[in-house]
Design a protein around this ligand. Structure first.
Ligand code: GLN
Length: 265
């Protein structure tokens, strides 16, 4: 997918390995663009990002991966991967406990929790990597989202697009990724959006998330790099003038238009 932007491991100063969970089944609304953004921002700094698909029935070697990505999917796809994910749960938890970075969106995010109770009453078991649970709500939350967060002490914004009926509630061991300025977020009730445990991050933001929020892409890359190569490993700054302008334009538009024009059902 990212051929041509990823330097070969021999030519690169650093190499990171990303495991993409269920790429065929769990990748809606541009989720794959997150991996492209990571690969390109790594490549611009001479960092090779090796991409590996982790599909149904495939084991996960915890120490092999620096990052994982788990995209969104509707209830049908979630039901297909939920059982298989149980077998991968211990390895994924071990990887996260040892500092691996994980980003999960929407359907993937829900399955990292304890369970997802669908509208039909089926309970899809999650792997409890994040202390949260999800129940299908009566309405779908659809529209642009602005989230305020402060991951490393600096106040920042995330912009994205949500489309989910699941309502997610956090337990004590998960902290929110941020708080919604616009949008429903985790459940439309408590103002939270997403969850963080160690360097595992889950959220409802599709769209793709990382090209619109380059600071977050770099946060994930930096954490993965430092975990693999030590705290002195740093990311060369990039000229993000255009990306920053795009981010600011989305912020201004969503703040001005709100969700009325994009609709909330
Ligand atoms: N089952 C989910 C929901 O609607 C998944 C949505 C998604 O990944 N887009 O809540």
């Amino acid at each position: 997918m990212a051929d041509g932007v990823v330097p070969s491991p021999e030519a690169a100063s650093y190499t990171l390995t990303l495991g993409h969970l269920y790429p065929e089944l769990m990748s809606t609304y541009g989720d794959r663009g997150n991996i492209l953004a990571l690969a390109r921002r790594a490549a611009w700094r001479g960092i090779a990002l090796q991409l590996e698909s982790i599909g149904l029935g495939m084991p996960v070697e915890p120490a092999r991966y620096d990052l994982f990505f788990f995209g969104g999917g509707q209830d049908r796809e979630q039901a297909v991967v939920a059982d298989d994910l149980q077998a991968k749960g211990p390895a994924l938890r071990e990887a996260v406990e040892s500092g691996a970075v994980l980003l999960a969106i929407c359907g993937g995010y829900q399955l990292l929790g304890h369970e997802f109770r669908t509208a039909g009453g089926t309970v899809l078991r999650g792997i409890g990597l994040l202390d949260l649970w999800t129940v299908a709500g009566e309405r779908r939350h659809i529209g642009n989202v602005i989230v305020r967060c402060e991951l490393d002490g600096t106040p920042r914004t995330l912009v994205g697009f949500e489309n989910h009926s699941g309502k997610t509630y956090l337990g004590a061991a998960a902290r929110p990724l941020g708080y919604v300025e616009v949008g429903a977020g985790n459940n439309g009730e408590d103002g939270t959006e997403g969850a963080v445990y160690r360097d595992a991050y889950g959220c409802y933001l599709h769209g793709s998330l990382l090209p619109k929020n380059p600071w977050f892409a770099d946060h994930l890359l930096r954490r993965a790099l430092q975990r693999r190569y030590g705290p002195a490993a740093s990311l060369t700054p990039l000229d993000d003038t255009l990306e920053e302008q795009a981010h600011q334009a989305v912020l201004a538009r969503v703040r001005a238009v709100g969700r009325a024009a994009v609709g909330v059902r």
